[in-house]
Each structure stands twice: as structure tokens, then as C-alpha cells.
Design a protein around this ligand. Structure first.
Ligand code: NAD
Length: 260
């Protein structure tokens, strides 16, 4: 299927690896020129070079912390203030117990997983509206649908972004701008490895055993793959997604047993 977005310009945040990279690859495969971002310059440059060589599109790496105003400024400079496609993403907050976190911890989680996405939408969506076309995908989490007890910081910050998007996506839709959230369940990335390592340590089992047990909690008995996640993201950024507005789309192998 032709996604109809060849030569569009896109930004994918937090994309040197994992789900962000999956999204960047799928957009590049559809012919989108990209600015990609992550904090570590070396890994990011290697990813940008690989994607550019594989798909023949322009990929500009911007090493910056997207949770900061300065980092977002660097990314927006590389875009010359304009993009057709925006994929918001950042690392997830650490797990813990509800009494573990103080105000600074909450502010850090809200900066990374709520306010960064809102700031980039506020910077880039007005231009999309003027041009009459735009696509935004916010990577959030399955925890938006079924909050996960040990991920209180994530539950809190992502609920805020979800509420914001529910309103703004309807306000921008008349101008050809389509905004949706993509909710990953467990995917095979470094983030999943680190959560598995935490479980292994806490329960005195191997990381492989922790992973096997978690796989059994998913109806597919396997973790999701970044490339499948990326393909869904690219579809939401395509011409075909014009009637999918303000949705929270769960990619979790059926793990959340929710009927609607
Ligand atoms: P990952 O650790 O594999 O990759 C994270 C990427 O984000 C890296 O490229 C890293 O450099 C970059 N990054 C992190 N913080 C950044 C920042 N402040 N500024 C710029 N770049 C930053 O993670 P992932 O598994 O791909 O997860 C992506 C998001 O999806 C996270 O918010 C995570 O919590 C969420 N999520 C992941 C899963 C999963 O199973 N993988 C499930 C639910 C939610």
C-alpha cells in the first residue's frame, strides 16, 4: 500500500533505538525525509546513517534532551520550524512504589512524557494547519488504558497528555491535521530488557525466566516488535488516516482485556 507521504518532512523524537527507531524506519520506508532525535550523539548518528542508506531519504540527527526547552529548540532549528509529521516520544519514567517519588520526580516525568509532546505540538501544528495537512502520533503506553501499579509516574504523566490530546485533536481536525496516540504494550526493546532485569533481581530469577513469564501474560505469548509498531505509526501518518482522530490505539497483543 502506498502511504502517500513520499517527500513529506517528519520529526521522530527519541529515535536512536526501540519504538522511536521503529517509527523512523517505517516513515523512511514510505519516503519521508526525517529529523530524528535522541540524547546520545554517537548512537543517534549511527541510526541516522543506517536509515538514510537503507531507504534513500534524508535523515538529520539532532542529539538533544527533548524534555528540555533547549533540546526542543535545537530540533525545531533543524526543521526550520516546520514539519508535516510529528512523532512524539521520550524515555519512560522509572518504576517504584507510590511513596517513592517527590515533586522533582513528578516534574521530570511530566516534562518528558507530557509537556515535551505538548510543546512540540504547539510549535509545529499551527504550520500544519496553515498548510492544511499534518499528522501527529504520540507514543504513550498501554498503562493509559490499564494503569500499571509500579509505573505511577508514567500513569500520571501520560494521563495528562491523553486528556490534552482528546481536546486539541478535535480542535485541529477541521484543518486537515490528524492527532492520535499509540499505546505500546510490551515490546522487545531496551526498555523491556530493563524492566525484565528489575523483575529478575527482585524475584531472584534469571532475566530469561522473567521474560518468559511476562510473555505468558500476553495472548500472543510473545513481545511486540518495534517494526510492527513502526508500521502502525506510519499508517497513522499516512493519507489513509484522515478519519482516525483523537484515538488511543492499543498495540499490546491482546494483553489488556478491554471490550471497547
Ligand atoms: P528504549 O529505551 O528502547 O528507547 C528510548 C529512546 O529514547 C532512545 O533512543 C533514547 O536515547 C531516547 N530518549 C530517552 N529519553 C530521551 C529524552 N529525554 N530526549 C531525547 N531522547 C530520549 O525505549 P522504548 O521501549 O522504545 O520506549 C519508548 C517509549 O514507549 C517510552 O516512553 C516507554 O516508556 C514507552 N513504552 C514502552 C514499552 C515497551 O515495552 N517497550 C511499553 C509501554 C510503553
Amino acid at each position: 500500500m502506498d502511504l502517500g507521504i513520499r517527500e513529506k518532512k517528519g520529526l521522530v523524537c527519541a529515535a536512536s533505538r526501540g519504538l522511536g527507531r521503529g517509527c523512523a524506519e517505517a516513515l523512511a520506508a514510505a519516503g519521508v525525509d526525517l529529523v530524528i532525535n535522541a540524547r546520545g550523539a554517537d548512537a543517534l548518528r549511527a541510526t541516522a546513517d543506517e536509515i538514510a542508506a537503507k531507504y534513500g531519504v534524508k535523515v538529520t540527527p539532532v542529539a538533544a534532551d527533548i524534555a528540555t526547552e533547549r533540546g526542543r529548540g535545537a530540533v525545531l532549528d533543524a526543521l526550520e520550524g516546520q514539519a508535516d509529521i510529528l512523532v512524539n516520544n521520550a524515555g519512560g519514567p522509572p518504576p517504584g512504589k507510590w511513596t517513592d517519588w517527590d515533586r522533582d520526580d513528578f516534574i521530570a516525568a511530566i516534562d518528558a512524557n507530557m509537556l515535551a509532546a505538548i510543546a512540540l505540538m504547539q510549535a509545529l501544528v499551527p504550520g500544519m494547519m496553515e498548510r492544511g495537512w499534518g499528522r501527529v502520533v504520540n507514543i504513550t503506553s498501554q498503562s493509559v488504558r490499564m494503569p500499571i501499579a509500579i509505573l505511577g509516574l508514567s500513569n500520571a504523566a501520560r494521563a495528562g497528555l491523553t486528556g490534552f490530546v482528546a481536546g486539541m485533536s478535535r480542535q485541529v481536525a477541521p484543518h486537515g491535521v490528524v492527532v492520535n496516540n499509540l499505546l505500546p504494550g510490551i515490546h522487545a526493546t531496551a526498555r523491556a530488557d530493563s524492566l525484565d532485569s528489575g523483575v529478575a533481581k527482585a524475584e531472584g530469577i534469571t532475566v530469561d525466566e522473567a521474560r518468559r513469564r511476562r510473555e505468558q501474560t500476553i495472548p500472543t505469548h510473545s513481545y511486540g516488535r518495534p517494526e510492527d509498531f513502526g508500521a502502525t505509526c506510519a499508517f497513522l501518518c499516512s493519507q489513509h488516516a484522515r478519519f482516525i482522530v483523537g484515538q488511543n490505539i492499543l498495540l499490546d497483543g491482546g494483553a489488556s482485556n478491554i471490550s471497547i
